[in-house]
Design a protein around this ligand. Structure first.
Ligand SMILES: Cc1cc2nc3c(=O)[nH]c(=O)nc-3n(C[C@H](O)[C@H](O)[C@H](O)COP(=O)(O)O)c2cc1C
Length: 372
């Protein structure tokens, strides 16, 4: 197992924790992962809700909450590698992006849209010469090609790495609902196609563009297979939810422990206009039956959202769930969301992933002992 190298940034263990909103991966989980040698990721979406009551939730509290969580994570993991996940679909994307650069995070992951425009809050110089690594999340080689082509043409550079997310991931998904219920390309296929596309940019810019692959990676065996197929690192979300350090309430984690079969994890139509994957519960059954929940919107946090037309506020539902109120919310989860049978420490998850990786490979046991 090789360290993940992103330009001048060396990540000792090639495991990236997926950013999980709202309030599921904050400074607690991110710092624990960073302290194990992976990349710990704070999810920026709706972060202000953890700092202010719903009525007062605002763009300002979001930004302040984000900065506070970054600083807390840095205190808890002073030598670790820390990043944030920022979604293009949120209205304060530009504010959050600037804060990530100003706070000198090591890396920023950008998903829920294609990052093909410079955020207005940063200058071209800050964007192009950013010390913070900028990594888009895509779900197809085509999206990678488009993103890299626009960057090469408009910014004279390409992203520092790319996250390839397959259809088994949790949260909002970059696939159409028909693709998710029918046959979709496997993560390994998308990794192969993306690497093929990236070759020309690696040649043009004379550097390696690491591929971080995620969606359905739960064991060290999964990690080994994905890296054997060419990924330089894996991104893991669901497996980290059932850890003590995960920032969500124990009731949220209990949804994972109580789910016991694949059918307990379902595809939903999110009010965001994208499909999502979540653990089925009473709240989701009520929504599926046509029930509407009262929506009180203190500010428009999501681009394109019209609160008068949606059956429920997704930000509120996800926040309620993370705080343990599953009567008024639900838990996002990847397709493996039913597999956990106990709560573990982040260290135990790392040990298990690394041991499983080496068990699957033909590395001699002495070499394994050295790494482990
Ligand atoms: C509870 C939960 C919340 C998530 N929230 C977000 C999010 O806010 N933004 C995002 O880009 N991805 C989100 N994701 C996706 C993860 O960052 C990660 O890429 C994905 O879950 C990886 O697949 P896995 O869960 O099968 O390991 C979420 C996933 C989960 C399980």
């Amino acid at each position: 197992m090789k360290a993940l190298q992103i330009g001048d940034l060396t990540v000792p263990v090639p495991i990236v924790q997926g950013g999980m909103g709202i309030g599921v991966s904050l400074s607690g989980l991110a710092s624990a992962v960073a302290n194990q040698g992976g990349i710990g990721v704070i999810s920026s979406v709706g972060i202000g809700m953890s700092y202010e009551s719903k009525g007062k939730y605002s763009r300002k509290s979001n930004l302040e909450g984000f900065i506070r969580e970054i600083r807390k994570a840095k205190e808890l993991a002073p030598n670790g590698i820390l990043g944030a996940n920022i979604m293009l679909a949120i209205t304060d994307f530009d504010d959050m992006f600037k804060a990530a650069l100003d706070e000198k995070l090591d890396i920023v992951f950008v998903g829920a849209g294609l990052l093909i425009k410079k955020p207005e809050t940063v200058t071209m110089d800050e964007f192009v010469n950013s010390k913070t690594k900028i990594v888009p999340k895509i779900s197809s080689a085509r999206a990678a090609d488009l993103t890299f082509r626009v960057w090469a043409k408009n910014f004279g550079r390409v992203p520092d790495a790319v996250v390839v997310e397959g259809s088994k991931a949790g949260g909002h998904l970059g696939f159409k609902k028909e693709e998710l219920t029918g046959k979709t390309k496997s993560l390994i296929e998308i990794v192969g196609e993306t690497k093929e596309v990236l070759k020309k940019y690696e040649d043009e810019f004379g550097r390696k563009i690491p591929v971080i692959a995620g969606g359905g990676i739960y064991t060290g065996e999964d990690m080994y297979e994905t890296m054997k197929a060419g990924a330089d690192a894996v991104k893991v979300g669901t497996r980290f939810v059932t850890t003590y350090e995960c920032d969500a309430d124990m009731n949220f984690k209990m949804q994972y422990l109580e789910a016991s079969k694949p059918e307990d994890v379902i595809i939903i139509d999110s009010p965001v206009g994208l499909p999502g994957r979540a653990i089925n519960n009473k709240f989701l059954q009520q929504i599926a039956a046509g029930e509407k929940k009262p929506v009180s919107c203190s500010w428009q946090c999501l681009k394109g959202c019209d609160y008068r037309k949606i059956p429920y506020c997704i930000a509120e539902a996800l926040f309620n769930a993370a705080k343990g109120n599953l009567e008024r919310g639900f838990a996002f989860a990847g397709s493996n969301g039913y597999r956990a049978t106990k709560i573990e420490t982040v260290e135990e998850v790392f040990d298990d992933l690394i041991a499983g990786y080496y068990n699957s490979s033909d590395v001699e046991i002495e070499e394994f002992a050295e790494v482990a």
